[in-house]
Design a protein around this ligand. Structure first.
Ligand code: PLP
Length: 371
């Protein structure tokens, strides 16, 4: 049977551990086959109301959640385009946070980078000191750095940035939302975004974001925002339970089904399941390294690890691509090390709808591959 055959894909659920796109449950895949509806009528408005309820639960917000037919990068661009001008402080600790800084530069903002090594995280006090020295219009941060598995202390960084009234906090939580604790309203995030294909375990193609009042006020006076990613346009349409343009209706059917499943589990239980999968993975790495006397280690420091993705550094005799290939032979898809980490590391995306039992099966196969 072909790997692209839907039935064989369903039978193999629990073996696809890329850190995005992630494995999509067969019920969610099937929901996409429903017939089209127009995007301006009452049926769409009812549908949007249901989606909003589910999305607000996921983002822990009472605010409208904007839905964009784009990949997550589209909303990273939206974040900086709606700030539009001025000085940005970009917290960089890996490939995606570097991308956020590049997007801000490409959109004409003056970008200053505060960098720590790959795998590291920022000390919120350092961020506070920097903001006290120089005024910034916004700070960009990646909550869960998918290239390294490092988790930023978003809650504390947000409370530090909140002390600077004129500084907005723009958060890429693409592998955070739906897998790691994020409380949009309680933590007062100014703009937080994610994509469909990571911890939400949907097919790729949709992105979601929430903007604070301060972000909307900034967006209202921002110049050269373009059209597609203008938050004012999203907001005006959301007020009528509509989208600005023709949305990816089929993906929204999948979203409806997945939001129903997430609601049934509960977002806090979903966070806890991700933590359990991550802890199992880290414990296996440490136990295996000790038992076998090999240099296997989790790249990110304890206490600063993402619950959705783990980057494992490998001993010299085990090249990353060989481990990825060995896992593939055993029917498991894992991620290679990202960019410069490709030769020396692997990444396991324990996110979405996976369980601790499926992670155990993955680790048993990994044990074989590295022996
Ligand atoms: C995957 C990812 C992105 C980019 O998402 P696209 O949907 O491919 O645009 C951005 N940031 C992080 C942290 C990611 O994991």
């Amino acid at each position: 049977m072909s790997q692209l055959d839907p039935e064989s894909a369903a039978a193999a659920f629990g073996r696809f551990f890329l850190p995005g796109p992630t494995e999509v449950h067969p019920d969610v895949l099937r929901a996409q086959t429903r017939p089209m509806i127009g995007h301006r009528g009452a049926p769409m408005q009812d549908f949007m109301r249901t989606l909003q309820e589910g999305l607000r639960h996921v983002f822990a917000t009472e605010r409208p959640v904007l839905l964009s037919t784009s990949s997550a990068t589209g909303l990273m661009e939206a974040a900086v385009r709606n700030v539009s001008s001025g000085r940005i402080l970009s917290l960089v600790n890996g490939a995606f946070s570097e991308r956020f800084a590049k997007i801000a530069g490409a959109c004409g903002l003056e970008v200053e980078i505060m960098e720590v090594p790959w795998g590291g995280h920022h000390d919120p006090d350092d961020v506070g000191r920097r903001l006290a020295e120089v005024p910034y219009d916004a700070v960009t941060v990646v909550h869960s750095e998918t290239s390294t598995g490092a988790l930023q202390d978003l809650r504390t960084i947000a409370s530090v940035v909140a002390g600077f009234e004129d500084t907005l906090l723009l958060v890429d939580a693409v592998t955070g939302i739906g897998g790691a604790e994020v409380r949009t309203d309680a933590w007062a995030l100014d703009f937080v975004l994610t994509g469909s294909q990571k911890a939400l375990a949907l097919p790729p193609g949709l992105a979601f974001g929430v903007a604070s009042d301060a972000m909307m006020a900034r967006s209202a006076v921002a110049a050269n925002k373009g059209v597609y990613f203008d938050l004012q346009v999203f907001d005006a349409n959301l007020a009528k339970l509509q989208t600005p343009n023709t949305p990816a209706v089929s993906l929204m059917y999948a979203l409806e089904e997945q939001l129903r499943r997430i609601r049934a589990e509960g977002i806090e239980a979903r966070w806890a399941r991700h933590t359990a999968m991550a802890e199992r993975t880290w414990a296996w790495v440490e136990e295996t390294a000790a038992r076998r006397g090999i240099a296997l280690r989790v790249l990110a420091a304890p206490g600063h690890r993402s619950p959705t993705v783990t980057c494992v550094e490998l001993p010299e005799h085990l090249p990353g691509p060989r481990v990825v290939a060995g896992m593939k032979e055993r029917g498991f898809v894992i991620g290679g090390g990202y960019g410069k980490l490709k030769p020396t590391a692997i990444r396991i995306g324990h996110m979405g709808d996976h369980t601790v039992e499926e992670v155990d099966a993955l680790l048993a196969a990994l044990e074989e591959v590295i022996s």
